[in-house]
Design a protein around this ligand. Structure first.
Ligand code: NAD
Length: 427
């Protein structure tokens, strides 16, 4: 990530542009362009060697007018409060655009779990909860996994919360393991949801999925399941990019005959790093990290991190690209958006495309609060319906008002939240 890039500035610029467009009242605008609450804290952790290390933790609750705050906890060595603020704000718009009764939040711990033992990770998760317990709860703020955090982390967090609270509250967190309060379908939900919206976009553009090719950045939870569902629609992936934690740089794995998503997942670590040597044995060519963006394909799926399609590299996107389905949060900067708009590339914006995760988290929360769990088929069907309806609402507004898809999604999302804060009499 470039030092100058600030995701919070991006999130606020996107918000301001749409607030101008819909002429949002000044007080509502002031209220919504920043978080309602922020928690910054330190987490002392006794390491396996007996020493104590102090980690930095955050939780930002951007807005909870439409329901309990919801959003993941990201583990990243370069996590900053501004990243968390931006992600919390995007969560508010995401829950709103798919019309689920939740607000937006995000959390983070500045750490690299690659360099922590399992016990150290457990102590870190429990330490995060001890700082936050009073401000979390099934009807207050419900965290979830994000980059480099997983189902086991969620279970430790739930367990610590229940220990502190003296009761059983499986609805305090989502993304738990199946059988321990987790929902079937949650693992697949974000990636599958990206492709449900892509399927609808291709339908509107009159393109048959099985004739298309795609390149994906990121091969973690989102990238892997997006790849799987896209292949089920008959599409061909030619390139996948991911980060290499040993070399501290990204690579693109290219196969002109098409990537076998399942086989590639088989040689990928839990953190989404593909094994280079094994990939070469399977016939992949290894290209520089940015090569995924420059492929002559029909579809690009950024599914890694924010700030990946920028003013500096958007010009390198092939003329063949027709759709960008944003699996990651905030992958495209406002400067790059200008380039994509001019080129009339159909962008399915992040907080719409990747809302499958929070939608299924919402289903998990509902099931956990009832202590009654649904079948996977039922969940994926409900997920498809929610994603498809949200996509159709955004794309029809975009067509009707001749708006860029991101702006149309913002108009719907911001209007709903503005309505909620006004009806509650907050502003
Ligand atoms: P993950 O940790 O499982 O995977 C991240 C992937 O990105 C890994 O393959 C990693 O190697 C790759 N990556 C990281 N930096 C990269 C770089 N510079 N170049 C190329 N590849 C790089 O994370 P995830 O859960 O799949 O999340 C990916 C994105 O999707 C994030 O922006 C996250 O906030 C967003 N998201 C995730 C969910 C979810 O349910 N997991 C839901 C909504 C949005």
């Amino acid at each position: 990530m470039s030092a100058a890039y600030n995701p919070y500035a991006t999130a606020q610029k996107q918000f301001d542009d749409v607030a101008d467009m819909i002429q949002l009242e000044p007080a509502v605008r002031e209220f919504l362009r920043q978080p309602m609450r922020e928690y910054h804290f330190t987490i002392p952790v006794r390491m396996d060697n007996g020493e104590v290390r102090v980690f930095k933790g955050f939780r930002v609750q951007h807005n909870d007018a439409r329901g309990p705050a919801k959003g993941g906890i990201r583990f990243h060595p370069h996590e900053t409060i501004d990243t968390v603020r931006a992600l919390a704000m995007w969560m508010t718009w995401k829950c709103s655009v798919v019309d689920i009764p939740l607000g937006g939040a995000k959390g983070g711990i500045v750490c690299d779990p690659h360099h922590l033992s399992e016990r150290e990770q457990e102590r870190l998760c429990r330490g995060w909860v001890r700082q936050m317990a009073k401000n979390l709860g099934p009807f207050l703020d419900v965290p979830a996994p994000d980059v480099m955090s997983n189902a086991q982390h969620m279970l430790w967090i739930m367990d610590e919360y229940e220990t502190i609270s003296g009761g059983k509250y499986p609805g305090v967190i989502t993304g738990k393991p199946v059988g321990m309060g987790g929902s079937l379908g949650r693992t697949e939900a974000t990636g599958f949801g990206v492709i449900y919206t892509l399927r609808e976009a291709l339908r509107e553009l009159g393109i048959t999925p099985s004739t298309t090719t795609a390149a994906i950045q990121g091969f973690g939870n989102v990238g892997q399941y997006a790849a799987k569902m896209y292949q089920q629609l008959g599409g061909t992936i030619t390139a996948v990019s991911c980060w290499d934690h040993n070399d501290q740089k990204a690579y693109t794995f290219y196969n002109k005959n098409g990537v076998d998503a399942e086989a590639l997942a088989g040689i990928t670590s839990v953190y989404g790093d593909i094994d280079k040597e094994k990939a070469q044995d399977l016939g992949y060519e290894i290209l520089p990290g940015e090569a995924w963006l420059e492929q002559a394909v029909d579809i690009l799926i950024p599914a890694a991190l924010e700030n990946q399609i920028t003013g500096a590299n958007a010009g390198n996107i092939s003329k063949q690209v027709k759709v960008i389905a944003e699996g990651a949060n905030g992958p495209t900067t406002p400067e790059a958006d200008q380039v994509l708009k001019e080129r009339e590339i159909f962008v399915i914006p992040d907080f719409l495309a990747n809302a499958g995760g929070v939608t299924c988290s919402y289903f998990e929360q509902v099931q956990s609060n009832m202590n009654y769990y649904w079948e996977k088929e039922e969940i994926l069907e409900k997920l498809d319906t929610k994603m498809t309806n949200a996509f159709l609402a955004v794309s029809s507004l975009a067509r009707e008002k001749n708006l860029y898809m991101r702006d149309a999604a913002y108009v719907i999302a911001i209007n709903r939240v503005a309505e909620a804060v006004k009806k509650r009499g907050w502003v």
